[in-house]
Design a protein around this ligand. Structure first.
Ligand SMILES: N[C@@H](CCC(=O)N[C@@H](CS)C(=O)NCC(=O)O)C(=O)O
Length: 238
């Protein structure tokens, strides 16, 4: 996989990104939880792609993202002439394009629940996202525990317990690694940064997610980043 930091003045960069094959536009690995999801899914399932990283919180971030999508957010997947600008839509597109890789669980009931928990993550947990934003490098134990974040931690624990006991056979949420685990990987990162205490079975799940080669690689690359996004490093609520 090739990584490019985009300079929009280089018009050939966009042309290169439109070459056949898949190009995933992401933000900083340290902060961009939405980027982490499809990146981890693609890496975990051995789907080849080129990576373009756009640095968040820079004066030209919006201009750079606009080169790819009017949505103004990352991740964005370029698949030839097709542009997909939302993490869940990207994961669905990949599952459809690579049916033999089984990105969703194969069992119909497990797959329905996997889609529910991803949709719940995608549209909810605003407390966790606002008050305990992803910052892989940071160590902020005990911080960010607003009532809303605490309620979200409770609901996520409930989801994980149910998935692991009903479908996961105490491995990943639905047994084999799936989009659902990629979807909750940024939550695992937050729980690590903010020192969230969990039941032993859920701690063990977090360990397994962190040890997954795709997640471990994202973490290593996040830790190696030197760029800072001021808004993401801003003071967090106690
Ligand atoms: N619902 C979108 C959310 C994407 C999103 O909010 N991305 C953030 C980065 S994690 C972003 O691009 N923010 C724009 C900015 O910070 O300038 C998705 O699932 O892809």
């Amino acid at each position: 996989m090739q990584t490019t930091i985009l300079d929009p003045s280089l018009t050939q960069t966009l042309a290169a990104a439109r070459e056949p094959g898949l190009t995933l536009i992401i933000g900083n690995k340290n902060y961009s939880s939405w980027s982490m999801r499809p990146w981890v899914a693609m890496t975990a399932f051995g789907i080849p792609f080129q990576e373009v990283r756009v640095l968040l919180d820079q004066s030209d971030t919006a201009t750079k993202i606009a080169e790819y999508s009017a949505c103004g957010r990352v991740p964005v997947l370029l698949a030839g002439e097709i542009t997909i600008w939302d993490s869940l839509a990207i994961c669905e597109y990949l599952a459809e394009q690579f049916p033999d890789k089984h990105l969703w669980p194969q069992d119909v009931a497990a797959r329905a629940m996997a889609r529910c928990v991803c949709a719940e993550m995608h549209s909810g947990f605003a407390g966790l996202r606002t008050d305990m934003s992803m910052n892989i490098k940071a160590k902020l134990p005990g911080r960010g525990r607003t009532a809303a974040a605490q309620a979200d931690i409770g609901r996520i624990s409930e989801i994980w317990e149910e998935c692991l006991s009903r479908f996961g056979h105490h491995q990943f949420l639905f047994g084999d690694f799936s989009i659902a685990d990629a979807y909750f990987a940024p939550v695992v990162m937050r729980f690590r940064t903010y020192g969230v205490r969990l039941a032993p079975a859920l701690n063990a799940y977090c360990e397994r997610v962190q040890a997954h080669p795709a997640v471990a690689r994202w973490i290593t690359e996040a830790l190696a980043e030197t760029e800072v996004a001021a808004r993401h490093d801003a003071e967090l609520p106690d």
